[in-house]
Design a protein around this ligand. Structure first.
Ligand code: COA
Ligand code: AMP
Ligand code: ZN
Length: 441
């Protein structure tokens, strides 16, 4: 499977270095096959109309088909996007950041195998090899960063430690005891872990064996990459993916760290103006819209990721034909990510408005204090609350914190404010202040 060519190593040279013409031919064949399969799903049978593949003569004809949105996934929950009988499925994941109905993604055995192979391709591309010890500090369970990386690392033959997120002292102990060389970690956790190491007197460059770190699942800047590289003594590679497209393994940096190769044998890429849904010229910022090309159980056609990025012009010296994405620059909706968990402000609103003691005004403030991301939810109470009754206020604060944690999966700081205590804006209320500068300068 893996060979060395022109001094560059490829996991799967046939698909990584084929010519542009051959890649587009492969994409066309896979698109037609995908459309035939998608037509089996109740949702697409309706939205794509009869025999949609007959409308596709070239790859550009994809634009004749409607886009798919997260709302479509929600509306068809749970099984409306399935193209195979349920007994062919072996896995499901559910993405965080669900407003109302969750979005679930299903995998057949072939899908799980193909995903593991894509992930192995990513890890191999960065120089990970059998003999490396891989510690996965991503959340497991329904998060795709856990099992997604895990299966890829095992496929590649790495000794894989399914450490999961949190429990920092034990993470460091594991790194020490087993001489971890490669880690996958959420950027905000990589920052937090620096402080824990400093408190424990651990200097990673002196005491550990780390050499590679994969950072993804949330936006981060070049500055954060440089800090993480300098502190841990590692090369940091950006990892991009989303649950709807399997999870991680959609786009990944190679040894040149100059943008993320998006695997075009598995995903058909469009970058569109989020307002008009017309394609933007290469190199221009737009919304990434993806069509799966090899998924069996649940193909998605023209899925709007809501992530803003651009295609980087030019070839990569590594010799891979797959084009490169710039790091994610923002979102075309109001979703934000805290500690690797997706959150929509409306989720906060729904929780707050269900609590009778809460007034009509609230604000979400996101900060990074001493390497820890903090979400403060400032909540006006109703004038029926007696603001001098400390016990009553504490009970209310605890209740709001508990309900928000249960809905969002992360723990917020809740600050109660007296009626009309929050600033009013002219026009539309500004509910979210993100002071972390998550996408960098
Ligand atoms: N940022 C900061 N702390 C993190 C973290 C992150 N991204 N990820 C894990 N932690 C650690 C904390 O350091 C703490 O461990 P410690 O006390 O041993 O040092 C522990 O998680 C809990 O921290 P807390 O601040 O109480 O967390 P929370 O209740 O706000 O959130 C998490 C709980 C961190 C476990 C939750 O946010 C999570 O599961 N994140 C991972 C999401 C993920 O894997 N996404 C990948 C998607 S593919
Ligand atoms: P999930 O479906 O929970 O895996 O979340 C996917 C979302 O996380 C994407 O749509 C992006 O908004 C964000 N994301 C994932 N990887 C990155 C990355 N490397 N840089 C910036 N954002 C990312
Ligand atoms: Zn490259």
């Amino acid at each position: 499977m893996n060979t060395t060519r022109n001094n560059a190593s490829y996991w799967n040279p046939e698909v990584e270095t084929l010519s542009r013409t051959a890649l587009e031919q492969l994409q066309r064949e896979r698109l037609l096959e995908t459309l035939r399969r998608a037509a089996q799903a109740p949702f697409y049978r309706n939205s794509l109309g009869p025999e949609p593949w007959r409308r596709i003569h070239s790859l550009d004809d994809i634009r004749r088909l409607p886009v798919t949105t997260k709302d479509d996934l929600r509306a068809a929950y749970p099984y409306g996007f399935l193209c195979v009988p349920k007994d062919r499925l072996i896995r499901l994941h559910v993405s965080s950041g669900t407003t109302g109905q969750a979005t679930a993604v299903f995998y057949t055995q072939k899908d799980v195998d193909a995903w593991a192979d894509l992930m192995a391709r990513c890890l191999y591309m960065t120089g990970a090899r059998p003999g490396d010890v891989f510690q996965n500090l991503s959340g497991y369970g329904l998060f795709t960063g856990g099992l997604g990386f895990h299966y890829g690392a095992e496929r590649l033959g790495l000794l894989t430690i399914p450490a999961g997120a949190g429990n920092s002292k034990r993470q460091i102990q594991l790194m020490r005891d087993f001489s971890t060389t490669v880690m996958h970690i959420i950027p905000s956790y990589a920052l937090r872990l620096m402080d824990v190491m400093a408190e424990m007197g651990v200097d990673p460059k002196r005491d550990l064996h780390l050499r590679i770190a994969y950072l993804g699942a949330e936006p981060y800047s070049e500055e954060v990459r440089r800090r993480v590289e300098a502190f841990y003594g590692v090369s940091v590679f950006n990892s991009y993916g989303l649950s709807e497209m399997n999870g991680p393994g959609v786009a990944f940096e190679c040894a040149y760290q100059n943008g993320l190769h998006i695997w075009e044998d598995a995903y058909l890429v469009e970058v569109l103006d989020p307002k008009t849904l017309e394609p933007v010229p290469e190199g221009t910022l737009g919304e990434l819209v993806l069509t799966t090309l090899s998924r069996e159980g649940m193909p998605l056609i023209r899925y709007r990721t809501k992530d803003l990025t651009r295609i980087l012009p030019g070839d990569c010296p590594c010799g891979r034909v797959h084009r490169r994405l710039d790091r994610i620059q923002g979102r075309s909706d109001d979703m934000f990510i805290l500690k690797g968990v997706n959150i929509f402000p409306i989720q906060v609103e729904q929780v707050l408005m269900g609590i009778p003691e809460v007034g009509n005004n609230y604000r979400i403030v996101l900060d990074r204090h001493d390497n820890v991301d903090v979400m403060t939810v400032e909540v006006e109470v109703t004038d029926k609350i007696f603001v001098e009754d400390m016990r009553q206020l504490q009970r209310l604060q605890k209740k709001i914190t508990k309900e928000l944690k249960s809905e969002l999966l992360v723990t917020p700081e809740v600050r109660l404010v007296e009626p009309h205590g929050l600033p009013r804006n002219e026009g539309k209320a500004v509910r979210l202040m993100d002071r972390r500068n998550p996408y960098g300068a």
